[in-house]
Design a protein around this ligand. Structure first.
Ligand SMILES: Nc1nc2c(ncn2[C@@H]2O[C@H](COP(=O)(O)OP(=O)(O)O)[C@@H](O)[C@H]2O)c(=O)[nH]1
Ligand SMILES: [Mg+2]
Length: 385
Protein backbone atom coordinates (compact mmCIF):
# COMPACT_ATOMS: atom_id res chain seq x y z
CA UNK A 1 0.00 0.00 0.00
CA UNK A 2 2.69 2.44 0.92
CA UNK A 3 5.11 1.22 -1.67
CA UNK A 4 5.93 4.70 -2.72
CA UNK A 5 7.15 5.73 0.69
CA UNK A 6 10.88 6.43 0.68
CA UNK A 7 11.28 4.95 4.13
CA UNK A 8 10.00 1.64 2.98
CA UNK A 9 11.65 1.64 -0.37
CA UNK A 10 14.37 -0.92 -0.85
CA UNK A 11 16.58 1.78 -2.26
CA UNK A 12 16.52 3.78 0.96
CA UNK A 13 17.23 0.78 3.15
CA UNK A 14 20.16 -0.21 1.00
CA UNK A 15 21.58 3.24 1.13
CA UNK A 16 21.58 3.27 4.90
CA UNK A 17 22.60 -0.28 5.57
CA UNK A 18 25.27 -0.43 2.92
CA UNK A 19 24.60 -4.13 2.77
CA UNK A 20 25.92 -5.98 -0.21
CA UNK A 21 23.83 -9.00 0.39
CA UNK A 22 21.16 -10.09 -1.98
CA UNK A 23 22.22 -7.83 -4.84
CA UNK A 24 19.70 -7.69 -7.61
CA UNK A 25 19.42 -5.76 -10.82
CA UNK A 26 17.72 -3.08 -8.83
CA UNK A 27 21.11 -2.26 -7.31
CA UNK A 28 21.57 0.06 -10.26
CA UNK A 29 19.20 2.36 -8.42
CA UNK A 30 22.02 3.18 -6.05
CA UNK A 31 23.85 5.17 -8.67
CA UNK A 32 23.23 8.83 -9.04
CA UNK A 33 23.59 8.38 -12.74
CA UNK A 34 26.78 9.97 -13.98
CA UNK A 35 28.10 6.57 -14.88
CA UNK A 36 26.09 6.98 -18.02
CA UNK A 37 28.24 9.96 -19.04
CA UNK A 38 30.38 8.03 -21.53
CA UNK A 39 27.18 6.73 -23.03
CA UNK A 40 25.79 10.25 -23.28
CA UNK A 41 29.01 11.52 -24.85
CA UNK A 42 28.96 8.59 -27.20
CA UNK A 43 25.33 9.16 -28.19
CA UNK A 44 25.94 12.84 -28.79
CA UNK A 45 29.07 12.22 -30.81
CA UNK A 46 27.35 9.56 -32.85
CA UNK A 47 24.46 11.87 -33.56
CA UNK A 48 26.79 14.60 -34.68
CA UNK A 49 28.97 12.22 -36.65
CA UNK A 50 32.72 12.35 -37.04
CA UNK A 51 34.78 14.39 -39.43
CA UNK A 52 38.25 13.58 -40.60
CA UNK A 53 40.33 15.30 -43.23
CA UNK A 54 43.62 14.31 -44.70
CA UNK A 55 45.82 15.67 -47.41
CA UNK A 56 48.48 14.08 -49.59
CA UNK A 57 51.72 15.78 -50.50
CA UNK A 58 54.93 14.91 -52.29
CA UNK A 59 56.47 14.90 -55.73
CA UNK A 60 54.22 14.31 -58.72
CA UNK A 61 54.03 10.79 -60.03
CA UNK A 62 54.74 9.07 -56.71
CA UNK A 63 51.32 7.44 -56.61
CA UNK A 64 49.40 9.83 -54.35
CA UNK A 65 46.12 9.68 -56.23
CA UNK A 66 46.46 5.93 -56.67
CA UNK A 67 46.99 5.40 -52.96
CA UNK A 68 43.99 7.54 -52.04
CA UNK A 69 41.90 5.37 -54.29
CA UNK A 70 43.39 2.23 -52.83
CA UNK A 71 42.83 3.49 -49.30
CA UNK A 72 39.34 4.81 -49.44
CA UNK A 73 37.58 5.30 -52.63
CA UNK A 74 36.96 1.80 -53.71
CA UNK A 75 37.62 -1.17 -51.52
CA UNK A 76 36.27 0.31 -48.32
CA UNK A 77 32.91 0.46 -50.00
CA UNK A 78 32.44 -2.74 -51.77
CA UNK A 79 28.81 -1.93 -52.46
CA UNK A 80 29.55 1.40 -53.95
CA UNK A 81 29.89 1.62 -57.66
CA UNK A 82 32.75 3.96 -58.25
CA UNK A 83 33.34 3.19 -61.86
CA UNK A 84 36.59 2.14 -63.35
CA UNK A 85 39.12 4.08 -61.37
CA UNK A 86 41.89 3.54 -63.87
CA UNK A 87 39.87 5.43 -66.45
CA UNK A 88 39.16 8.33 -64.18
CA UNK A 89 42.66 8.74 -62.87
CA UNK A 90 44.65 11.35 -64.63
CA UNK A 91 47.35 13.73 -63.62
CA UNK A 92 46.18 15.85 -60.71
CA UNK A 93 46.37 19.49 -61.67
CA UNK A 94 44.45 21.21 -58.91
CA UNK A 95 43.82 20.76 -55.23
CA UNK A 96 40.87 18.39 -55.26
CA UNK A 97 38.63 17.67 -52.33
CA UNK A 98 36.98 14.28 -52.27
CA UNK A 99 34.30 13.79 -49.68
CA UNK A 100 32.84 10.56 -48.51
CA UNK A 101 30.21 9.73 -45.96
CA UNK A 102 30.77 6.35 -44.47
CA UNK A 103 28.48 4.62 -42.03
CA UNK A 104 29.53 1.66 -40.00
CA UNK A 105 27.30 0.16 -37.32
CA UNK A 106 25.30 3.34 -37.21
CA UNK A 107 28.35 5.55 -36.79
CA UNK A 108 28.78 8.21 -39.39
CA UNK A 109 32.15 9.38 -40.59
CA UNK A 110 32.61 12.20 -43.01
CA UNK A 111 35.94 11.63 -44.61
CA UNK A 112 37.58 14.29 -46.72
CA UNK A 113 40.65 13.48 -48.74
CA UNK A 114 42.45 16.40 -50.31
CA UNK A 115 44.46 15.40 -53.34
CA UNK A 116 47.16 17.78 -54.51
CA UNK A 117 49.15 18.01 -57.72
CA UNK A 118 52.32 17.67 -55.68
CA UNK A 119 55.48 19.26 -56.97
CA UNK A 120 58.38 18.45 -59.16
CA UNK A 121 61.95 19.46 -58.75
CA UNK A 122 61.60 22.33 -61.16
CA UNK A 123 62.34 25.93 -60.33
CA UNK A 124 58.67 26.70 -59.89
CA UNK A 125 58.27 24.09 -57.14
CA UNK A 126 57.27 26.77 -54.67
CA UNK A 127 54.30 27.69 -56.80
CA UNK A 128 52.94 24.21 -56.42
CA UNK A 129 53.36 23.63 -52.70
CA UNK A 130 52.41 27.09 -51.51
CA UNK A 131 48.71 26.60 -52.34
CA UNK A 132 48.73 23.52 -50.10
CA UNK A 133 50.18 25.46 -47.18
CA UNK A 134 47.62 28.18 -47.83
CA UNK A 135 44.83 25.60 -47.99
CA UNK A 136 45.75 24.30 -44.53
CA UNK A 137 45.95 27.82 -43.13
CA UNK A 138 42.61 28.74 -44.65
CA UNK A 139 40.89 25.88 -42.82
CA UNK A 140 42.33 27.12 -39.53
CA UNK A 141 41.22 30.64 -40.35
CA UNK A 142 37.68 29.49 -41.12
CA UNK A 143 37.52 27.51 -37.91
CA UNK A 144 38.86 30.46 -35.94
CA UNK A 145 36.25 32.78 -37.41
CA UNK A 146 33.47 30.28 -36.77
CA UNK A 147 34.68 29.75 -33.23
CA UNK A 148 34.71 33.46 -32.45
CA UNK A 149 31.37 34.01 -34.15
CA UNK A 150 27.89 34.01 -32.71
CA UNK A 151 26.80 30.58 -33.82
CA UNK A 152 29.41 28.24 -32.46
CA UNK A 153 27.23 25.23 -32.13
CA UNK A 154 27.51 23.56 -35.46
CA UNK A 155 30.97 24.44 -36.64
CA UNK A 156 32.06 22.46 -39.65
CA UNK A 157 35.52 21.23 -38.85
CA UNK A 158 37.46 21.22 -42.08
CA UNK A 159 40.86 21.44 -40.43
CA UNK A 160 43.39 19.07 -41.95
CA UNK A 161 44.14 16.33 -39.45
CA UNK A 162 46.83 14.47 -41.28
CA UNK A 163 49.24 14.87 -44.16
CA UNK A 164 50.44 11.76 -45.92
CA UNK A 165 53.84 12.79 -47.19
CA UNK A 166 55.21 10.74 -50.08
CA UNK A 167 58.95 10.21 -50.34
CA UNK A 168 60.51 8.91 -53.53
CA UNK A 169 61.80 5.32 -53.49
CA UNK A 170 64.41 6.20 -56.10
CA UNK A 171 66.41 8.72 -54.08
CA UNK A 172 68.75 8.18 -51.17
CA UNK A 173 66.47 9.68 -48.58
CA UNK A 174 64.96 13.14 -48.34
CA UNK A 175 65.61 15.60 -51.11
CA UNK A 176 66.29 19.27 -50.36
CA UNK A 177 62.80 20.03 -51.68
CA UNK A 178 61.29 17.49 -49.27
CA UNK A 179 63.08 19.11 -46.36
CA UNK A 180 61.89 22.57 -47.40
CA UNK A 181 58.27 21.46 -47.83
CA UNK A 182 58.23 19.43 -44.62
CA UNK A 183 59.51 22.41 -42.69
CA UNK A 184 56.72 24.53 -44.09
CA UNK A 185 54.14 21.95 -43.07
CA UNK A 186 55.35 20.41 -39.82
CA UNK A 187 53.95 23.02 -37.46
CA UNK A 188 50.60 23.10 -39.22
CA UNK A 189 49.65 19.49 -39.67
CA UNK A 190 50.41 15.96 -38.47
CA UNK A 191 52.90 14.54 -40.93
CA UNK A 192 52.85 10.83 -41.62
CA UNK A 193 55.79 10.04 -43.93
CA UNK A 194 55.47 7.30 -46.53
CA UNK A 195 57.89 5.62 -48.88
CA UNK A 196 56.05 5.61 -52.18
CA UNK A 197 56.01 2.71 -54.64
CA UNK A 198 57.70 0.34 -52.23
CA UNK A 199 57.40 -2.41 -54.82
CA UNK A 200 60.35 -0.78 -56.56
CA UNK A 201 62.64 -1.75 -53.67
CA UNK A 202 63.88 -4.97 -52.12
CA UNK A 203 63.21 -5.67 -48.46
CA UNK A 204 66.76 -4.69 -47.53
CA UNK A 205 66.53 -1.49 -49.54
CA UNK A 206 63.28 -0.55 -47.81
CA UNK A 207 64.91 -1.10 -44.43
CA UNK A 208 67.93 1.01 -45.33
CA UNK A 209 65.82 3.82 -46.79
CA UNK A 210 63.59 3.89 -43.70
CA UNK A 211 66.59 4.25 -41.39
CA UNK A 212 68.06 6.92 -43.58
CA UNK A 213 64.83 8.93 -43.69
CA UNK A 214 64.31 8.76 -39.93
CA UNK A 215 67.90 9.91 -39.40
CA UNK A 216 67.44 12.83 -41.79
CA UNK A 217 64.13 13.80 -40.19
CA UNK A 218 65.89 13.98 -36.83
CA UNK A 219 68.93 15.84 -38.18
CA UNK A 220 66.74 18.43 -39.83
CA UNK A 221 64.53 18.77 -36.77
CA UNK A 222 61.40 17.97 -38.69
CA UNK A 223 58.45 17.20 -36.44
CA UNK A 224 56.52 14.28 -37.78
CA UNK A 225 53.43 12.87 -36.08
CA UNK A 226 54.47 11.21 -32.84
CA UNK A 227 52.50 8.11 -32.00
CA UNK A 228 51.25 8.32 -28.44
CA UNK A 229 52.68 5.95 -25.85
CA UNK A 230 50.77 2.80 -25.33
CA UNK A 231 49.09 2.42 -21.90
CA UNK A 232 51.09 0.10 -19.69
CA UNK A 233 47.99 -1.85 -18.72
CA UNK A 234 47.25 -2.86 -22.29
CA UNK A 235 47.65 -6.54 -23.13
CA UNK A 236 50.85 -7.85 -24.70
CA UNK A 237 49.29 -8.37 -28.11
CA UNK A 238 48.18 -4.77 -28.31
CA UNK A 239 51.59 -3.55 -27.15
CA UNK A 240 53.31 -5.64 -29.78
CA UNK A 241 51.00 -4.26 -32.46
CA UNK A 242 51.75 -0.74 -31.27
CA UNK A 243 55.49 -1.38 -31.35
CA UNK A 244 55.30 -2.77 -34.88
CA UNK A 245 53.32 0.25 -36.00
CA UNK A 246 55.87 2.71 -34.63
CA UNK A 247 58.76 0.76 -36.09
CA UNK A 248 57.19 0.79 -39.53
CA UNK A 249 57.44 4.58 -39.90
CA UNK A 250 57.91 5.77 -42.64
CA UNK A 251 55.33 3.33 -43.97
CA UNK A 252 56.40 1.70 -47.20
CA UNK A 253 53.31 1.62 -49.36
CA UNK A 254 52.10 0.25 -52.64
CA UNK A 255 49.02 1.50 -54.39
CA UNK A 256 47.00 -0.01 -57.16
CA UNK A 257 43.78 0.64 -58.94
CA UNK A 258 43.48 -2.79 -60.38
CA UNK A 259 42.02 -5.93 -58.99
CA UNK A 260 43.92 -9.04 -59.99
CA UNK A 261 43.26 -12.74 -59.54
CA UNK A 262 45.60 -14.59 -57.25
CA UNK A 263 44.92 -18.10 -56.04
CA UNK A 264 41.31 -17.85 -57.06
CA UNK A 265 40.86 -14.70 -54.99
CA UNK A 266 40.37 -11.22 -56.31
CA UNK A 267 42.87 -8.92 -54.75
CA UNK A 268 44.11 -5.40 -55.19
CA UNK A 269 47.59 -5.64 -56.57
CA UNK A 270 50.16 -4.98 -59.22
CA UNK A 271 50.91 -7.67 -61.68
CA UNK A 272 54.49 -8.09 -62.88
CA UNK A 273 55.94 -10.71 -65.21
CA UNK A 274 57.49 -12.40 -62.16
CA UNK A 275 54.53 -12.22 -59.87
CA UNK A 276 51.96 -10.14 -58.08
CA UNK A 277 52.56 -7.46 -55.47
CA UNK A 278 49.58 -7.51 -53.15
CA UNK A 279 48.63 -4.16 -51.69
CA UNK A 280 46.97 -5.71 -48.66
CA UNK A 281 49.62 -8.27 -47.89
CA UNK A 282 51.63 -7.24 -44.80
CA UNK A 283 54.62 -9.15 -46.16
CA UNK A 284 54.61 -7.01 -49.27
CA UNK A 285 54.13 -3.53 -47.80
CA UNK A 286 52.80 -1.46 -44.88
CA UNK A 287 49.53 -0.50 -46.56
CA UNK A 288 47.37 -2.32 -44.01
CA UNK A 289 49.24 -0.78 -41.09
CA UNK A 290 48.68 2.67 -42.53
CA UNK A 291 44.99 2.11 -43.15
CA UNK A 292 44.41 0.60 -39.75
CA UNK A 293 46.19 3.45 -38.06
CA UNK A 294 44.26 6.10 -39.95
CA UNK A 295 40.85 4.53 -39.69
CA UNK A 296 40.67 2.48 -36.59
CA UNK A 297 43.38 3.23 -34.08
CA UNK A 298 44.78 6.75 -34.34
CA UNK A 299 42.11 8.87 -35.98
CA UNK A 300 41.01 10.47 -32.72
CA UNK A 301 44.58 11.14 -31.62
CA UNK A 302 45.35 12.80 -34.95
CA UNK A 303 42.31 15.00 -34.40
CA UNK A 304 43.31 15.79 -30.82
CA UNK A 305 46.86 16.77 -31.79
CA UNK A 306 45.45 18.95 -34.58
CA UNK A 307 43.17 20.77 -32.16
CA UNK A 308 45.52 20.96 -29.19
CA UNK A 309 48.84 21.61 -30.89
CA UNK A 310 48.54 22.78 -34.49
CA UNK A 311 45.36 24.81 -34.18
CA UNK A 312 46.50 26.35 -30.87
CA UNK A 313 49.74 27.24 -32.62
CA UNK A 314 47.81 28.96 -35.37
CA UNK A 315 45.51 30.71 -32.88
CA UNK A 316 48.41 32.02 -30.79
CA UNK A 317 50.20 33.32 -33.88
CA UNK A 318 47.02 34.83 -35.23
CA UNK A 319 46.24 36.63 -31.99
CA UNK A 320 49.84 37.84 -31.69
CA UNK A 321 49.76 39.25 -35.21
CA UNK A 322 46.36 40.85 -34.57
CA UNK A 323 47.76 42.49 -31.44
CA UNK A 324 50.89 43.76 -33.11
CA UNK A 325 48.71 45.12 -35.92
CA UNK A 326 46.51 46.91 -33.40
CA UNK A 327 49.62 48.24 -31.67
CA UNK A 328 50.96 49.60 -34.94
CA UNK A 329 47.63 51.20 -35.74
CA UNK A 330 47.59 52.95 -32.38
CA UNK A 331 51.13 54.16 -32.92
CA UNK A 332 50.09 55.42 -36.30
CA UNK A 333 47.15 57.24 -34.76
CA UNK A 334 49.45 59.06 -32.39
CA UNK A 335 51.85 59.96 -35.13
CA UNK A 336 48.98 60.95 -37.41
CA UNK A 337 47.59 63.32 -34.83
CA UNK A 338 50.99 64.82 -34.06
CA UNK A 339 51.16 67.24 -36.97
CA UNK A 340 47.83 68.73 -35.93
CA UNK A 341 49.02 69.16 -32.40
CA UNK A 342 52.23 70.73 -33.58
CA UNK A 343 50.33 73.17 -35.78
CA UNK A 344 48.12 74.34 -32.93
CA UNK A 345 51.08 74.59 -30.62
CA UNK A 346 53.04 76.54 -33.18
CA UNK A 347 50.12 78.88 -33.66
CA UNK A 348 49.78 79.30 -29.92
CA UNK A 349 53.48 79.94 -29.60
CA UNK A 350 53.31 82.49 -32.42
CA UNK A 351 50.38 84.23 -30.76
CA UNK A 352 52.14 84.18 -27.42
CA UNK A 353 55.25 85.63 -29.01
CA UNK A 354 53.18 88.36 -30.65
CA UNK A 355 51.45 89.18 -27.37
CA UNK A 356 54.79 89.27 -25.65
CA UNK A 357 56.16 91.60 -28.30
CA UNK A 358 53.19 93.93 -27.94
CA UNK A 359 53.45 93.88 -24.18
CA UNK A 360 57.12 94.82 -24.45
CA UNK A 361 56.27 97.59 -26.83
CA UNK A 362 53.61 98.91 -24.47
CA UNK A 363 56.03 98.73 -21.56
CA UNK A 364 58.62 100.65 -23.56
CA UNK A 365 56.12 103.26 -24.53
CA UNK A 366 54.95 103.59 -20.95
CA UNK A 367 58.54 103.93 -19.78
CA UNK A 368 59.16 106.58 -22.38
CA UNK A 369 56.05 108.42 -21.32
CA UNK A 370 56.95 108.22 -17.67
CA UNK A 371 60.57 109.25 -18.21
CA UNK A 372 59.65 112.44 -20.07
CA UNK A 373 58.11 115.50 -18.29
CA UNK A 374 54.66 116.69 -19.29
CA UNK A 375 56.16 120.01 -20.35
CA UNK A 376 58.61 118.33 -22.54
CA UNK A 377 55.79 116.29 -23.77
CA UNK A 378 53.89 119.41 -24.57
CA UNK A 379 56.96 120.89 -26.12
CA UNK A 380 57.52 117.91 -28.04
CA UNK A 381 54.01 118.03 -29.21
CA UNK A 382 54.30 121.69 -29.93
CA UNK A 383 57.51 121.16 -31.65
CA UNK A 384 56.03 118.39 -33.56
CA UNK A 385 53.21 120.62 -34.55
N1 LIG B 1 55.26 0.72 -59.13
C1 LIG B 1 54.27 1.45 -58.63
N2 LIG B 1 53.64 2.33 -59.41
C2 LIG B 1 52.64 3.05 -58.89
C3 LIG B 1 52.24 2.90 -57.53
N3 LIG B 1 51.22 3.77 -57.30
C4 LIG B 1 50.99 4.40 -58.45
N4 LIG B 1 51.82 3.98 -59.41
C5 LIG B 1 51.89 4.45 -60.81
O1 LIG B 1 52.55 5.71 -60.82
C6 LIG B 1 51.97 6.60 -61.77
C7 LIG B 1 51.56 7.92 -61.10
O2 LIG B 1 50.53 7.69 -60.17
P1 LIG B 1 49.60 8.83 -59.57
O3 LIG B 1 48.75 8.20 -58.56
O4 LIG B 1 48.94 9.61 -60.65
O5 LIG B 1 50.72 9.75 -58.89
P2 LIG B 1 50.54 11.23 -58.24
O6 LIG B 1 51.02 12.20 -59.24
O7 LIG B 1 51.43 11.23 -57.04
O8 LIG B 1 49.11 11.38 -57.89
C8 LIG B 1 50.80 5.84 -62.37
O9 LIG B 1 51.23 5.28 -63.57
C9 LIG B 1 50.51 4.76 -61.36
O10 LIG B 1 49.95 3.61 -61.94
C10 LIG B 1 52.95 1.96 -56.73
O11 LIG B 1 52.70 1.76 -55.55
N5 LIG B 1 53.95 1.26 -57.34
MG1 LIG C 1 47.78 12.84 -58.45
Amino acid sequence: MFRGSPLNSPRFSRFTSGSTEGKTNEDDDEFIGFATLPEQVHRKAVKKGFEFTMIVMGETGLGKSTLINSLFLTDLYKDRIVGNVEDRLSKTVNIEKKELEIEERGIKLKLTVVDTPGFNDSISAEESWLPVVQYIDRQFEQYYKAESGVNRKNIMDTRVHCCLYFISPYGHGLKPTDIAVLKLLHNKVNIVPLIAKADMLTKAEVKRLKERIIKEIKENRINIYQFPDCDSDEDEEFKEQDRALKEAVPFAVVGSNTVVEAGGKKIRGRMYPWGIVEVENPNHCDFLKLRQMLISTHMQDLKDVTADVHYENYRAQHIASEMSHAHKERGKLKRDSNPGMEDTEKLLQQKEAEIKKMQEMLARMQAQLQGVSPAKQMNGRVQAM
